[in-house]
Design a binder for this molecule. Structure first.
Ligand code: GTP
Ligand code: MG
Length: 187
């Protein structure tokens, strides 16, 4: 950390916002970023019928084809660079490149479709990249306590599980702070 030296440059940390198709990754980066987020979205077309599961996200019109990028400053001296991953399976090969240099990740989950984010949990577990799970309660509903989600995803005790709303800045910020706490605990 830059600590108390007022002339020191802020510390910068690369964080991935990952998870399955349509779980709210782009929404989260947009809600929490203090700069206008960079988005690379393209319209969903009929080619995705039968491939992309739109149950519960019928309003969805576009999907991320490369990445989302945003930035948030925590405290005086910690800047998080947020990289949202694409969710469609055909773009998962990009996750390897996006993960280079990432210190941690948020695995976002749609509370109604936990299975969509199983692969993201595996991805970070296999690479030993610390992560937290953000449970996005679509329509602000959280029918399951965090412990139930932990059991459903077979997550170890040390992985924080947070209920959140990807549309709410404060809620997304709390998820990122939990991740920072987790990163500090692992060093
Ligand atoms: N009601 C509700 N809608 C949400 C929420 N989060 C995201 N959405 C909507 O759900 C759809 C999917 O959200 P995105 O942010 O595009 O999801 P994504 O994970 O970036 O999707 P991909 O990049 O395609 O994988 C969009 O239509 C959002 O407006 C939420 O918390 N509640
Ligand atoms: Mg997206």
């Amino acid at each position: 950390m830059a600590g108390s030296d007022p002339t020191a440059a802020p510390d910068t940390v690369k964080i991935l916002i990952a998870g399955g198709f349509g779980v709210g990754k782009t929404t989260m980066v947009g809600s929490v970023s203090e700069i206008a987020p960079l988005r690379t979205e393209e319209p969903l077309t009929v080619a995705g019928l039968g491939v992309d599961d739109l149950v519960g996200i019928e309003e969805k019109r576009a999907t991320t084809v490369a990445l989302d990028f945003g930035r948030i400053t925590i405290g005086d001296d910690l800047v998080l660079y947020l990289f949202g991953t694409p969710g469609q399976q055909r773009f998962w090969f990009m996750w390897n490149d996006l993960a280079v240099g990432a210190l941690g990740a948020v695995v976002l989950m749609d509370v109604r479709r936990p299975q969509a984010s199983f692969a993201a949990v595996d991805f970070f577990e296999r690479r030993g990249i610390p992560f937290v799970v953000g449970v996005n309660g679509f329509h602000g509903q959280h029918p399951y306590p965090p412990e139930d989600v932990r059991d459903a995803l077979a997550l170890p005790e040390h992985v924080p599980v947070l209920l959140c709303d990807a549309r709410e800045r404060e809620s997304c910020r709390d998820v990122l702070i939990a991740l920072i706490d987790r990163l500090i605990a692992t060093v």
